[in-house]
Design a protein around this ligand. Sequence first.
Ligand SMILES: [Zn+2]
Length: 311
Amino acid sequence: MTTAYFSAHDICRGHDMGAGHPEQPGRLAAIEQGLEVVGIQDALWRCAAPEASLDAIKRVHDPFYVDELFAIAPTRGRVPLDGDTTLMAGSLPAARRSAGAAIAAVDAVMAGQAANAFCATRPPGHHAEYAKAMGFCFFDNIAIAAAHALAAHGLSRVAILDFDVHHGNGTEDVLRHEPRVLFCSSYENPLFPYTDDTCVPGKLIKTPLRAGTAGRVFRDAIERDWLGALDDHAPELILVSAGFDAHRADPLANLNLEAEDFAWVTERILDMAAHHCDGRVVSVLEGGYALDALAASAATHVQTLLTRGQR
Ligand SMILES: [Zn+2]
């Protein structure tokens, strides 16, 4: 078995929020270069990301919000939705591929066609709330994938693990009434989106980290907060919001992780998946804005998925 690698680079490149915006089209090219450096670009099972249906998106988002986004999407120029999220002609086609990749990756892994999967798509999703785009995100790809796994595959226990440096407020928001999903999120706080640190045992595990936190403290916190919660939940599928902006080089945050810390957390996630759900992991790109650090971190994450998936 191998690792499925979902992308739609041409369409994702069409979403461009302007010169100097950190969530830029070049992020995906950087990841491709990272895969070449570690020599795994040809070992992956390359899959074209399909477009998500509107029904699949509306499983977790307000239908009026979704319809309104399509209604206001311009054919030229940009429409600001918040201070750092703008909508242009290529935005929603890319957003539908990001969500569609996550759904198709769930299908591939649940069908046993791949051991695990990574979605190299943008825009990211974990800040998009039930009826609100924010933080570079329009649709919550990982929550859409979780809802699809529950509805289409009949699962009763799914876990979402989010190690992006920002809290996944959108994922928390859209799944807050869904008891079948355990959501664990590590993040720098205080930092956007300025969440509170309140946990809901068995449902919502928050691991706040102070500015300056490096790998040892991060690893201890993950082991302390996530592993027991996962054992209790016993997920049938693990989904990962894979943001690489906790890297020390990232310009948007202040944690001090290195690429090897992302390999470590990927190993621990795969250990838990091996224990509970035959290794089934679907990982979806979220943040990561220093291109060299993103390339190295995402490549080591995918390399770890591949190495373990081939066993
Ligand atoms: Zn982030």
